[in-house]
Design a protein around this ligand. Structure first.
Ligand code: HEC
Length: 399
């Protein structure tokens, strides 16, 4: 199941490439001590300079990202290889920036590093289709960090959409990943407007709607704007399931507008998680796969990220990780990423003594069970079971 594809990943920054089992066996002290910034470069509001290097290499790769033919052409081989290698190397250094020294950023960085390394490796091995897929997916690694930061200002770099290759949808995906949200949203909207169910790719329509939704909720914090927009896109010709989704989103947006305003930068972690519990409640842990909570999940997790970004790492509690995991399960990769398991593991590994660790464990083992349930019953692979058992012992040992 897609949302569990990262279940085996390690969570501690200095040990990123070590397998999860080895990690859990040898590195717990390092994990529990996460979050000491030390004297690393970069302030808490500065754009980490590596981002401009990322941007430069990604821009060079963009035309190859969207064309199978160009990506495979021997004539481009050297150029692609060079940029992939550089990106993979850079992604390995993200931990040097103190601004990025947050659990939730670490997890996204790890995702990015994994995708880029796979892209570079498989490209060298001649597996170009897979390499191209990994490269495209690495953009989700970029956005999964970026979507955690609210933006008020425009990016400090300017892009003309003509400089990018591909369709509106493909260009939008690139700009969205590189934090050029306003232009990305315009392109997604233009794709949505022109969309013809008979001619265009259905599989690009829904992700476009979801990107526009997360733009309004996460980046702009503007439920009103979202309502206006989703009201305006009504079209009779749209498939039934899209109509239904649109209606449900509008309903949730009206509910969000009614919730009390809070400022995550000013409240305590306890206050915030109480607020979240009141507004999410037990309904969130049930019926995970329907669409009736997605907008709320986007909105509430946005508040949590805003808290994380404005408080020192030591204030991040297991309850925050737990709720991020719960919300992430509601949101598929079109909005963000499947980070849920990673948050749950971090909750257990970093706070084994806390009562929340048990809840995190329960949630994680339920998810794993669901993921490995097929027509022949539950069939959890031995290594996955072993890693779960290790987490369980961790909670029990520390009592
Ligand atoms: C570990 C988290 C993380 C990852 C992964 C990440 N970024 Fe960033 N990026 C940030 C943060 C934080 C900022 C600053 C945002 C702000 O202050 O508005 C940023 C800003 C940017 C900017 C905006 C610069 C500007 O002037 O506004 C660009 C461009 C960028 N990143 C490119 C990338 C690309 C391309 C990737 C993927 C290859 C990537 N980033 C991956 C955290 C990350």
């Amino acid at each position: 199941m897609a949302h569990l594809r990262l279940y085996e990943k390690a969570l501690c920054w200095p040990l990123l490439s070590i397998s999860a089992l080895a990690l859990l066996a040898i590195s717990l002290p390092a994990c529990t001590a996460f979050g000491t910034a030390g004297s690393k470069p970069g302030s808490s509001s500065e754009v980490p300079p590596v981002m401009y290097q990322f941007l430069s290499h990604m821009t060079k790769l963009q035309p190859y990202m969207v064309s199978r033919k160009k990506f495979r052409s021997p004539e481009n081989h050297q150029q692609i290889l060079l940029n992939l290698d550089e990106l993979a190397k850079l992604s390995n250094k993200l931990h040097q920036y103190s601004r990025l020294n947050k659990t939730t950023f670490h997890i996204s960085a790890e995702l990015l590093e994994d995708r880029l390394q796979q892209a570079a490796k498989s490209f060298k091995e001649g597996k170009t289709a897979y390499a191209q897929r990994m490269l495209r997916e690495s953009l989700t690694g970029c956005s999964s960090c970026h979507i955690q930061v609210v933006t008020k200002s425009s990016p400090s770099w300017v892009f003309k959409k003509e400089q990018l290759s591909g369709t509106d949808y493909e260009r939008a995906a690139f700009l969205y990943a590189t934090r050029n949200y306003d232009i990305a949203a315009k392109l997604y909207k233009s794709f949505i407007k022109k969309f013809n169910p008979k001619k265009d790719d259905q599989f690009q329509y829904e992700p476009s709607l979801k990107k526009v939704l997360s733009y309004y909720i996460r980046i702009k914090r503007d439920p009103n704007g979202a309502m206006q927009y989703f009201r305006s896109i009504y079209k009779k010709s749209l498939p039934k399931y899209v109509q239904k989704r649109r209606k449900s989103w509008l309903k949730q947006l009206r509910e969000i507008k009614k919730t009390d305003k809070i400022s995550p930068t000013k409240v305590s972690a306890d206050y915030l998680t109480k607020f979240i519990r009141t507004h999410a409640g037990s309904e969130f842990t049930r019926d995970k796969y329907d669409d009736s909570k997605t907008v709320k999940a986007l909105y509430l997790s946005g508040l949590l990220y805003e808290f994380i970004n404005s408080h020192p790492q030591k204030d991040i509690t297991p309850a925050i990780l737990y709720w991020l995991a719960i919300f992430d399960e509601r949101l598929d990769a079109d909005y963000l990423n499947d980070l849920s398991e990673l948050y749950l593991r971090q909750c257990i590994v970093s706070f084994p003594k806390n009562p929340m660790a048990k809840k995190c464990y329960q949630q994680l083992s339920d998810n794993i069970e669901i993921a490995f349930t097929g027509s022949a019953g539950v069939n959890i692979p031995a290594d996955v079971q072993e890693s779960l058992d290790k987490l369980k012992r961790l909670i029990q040992d520390k009592k």
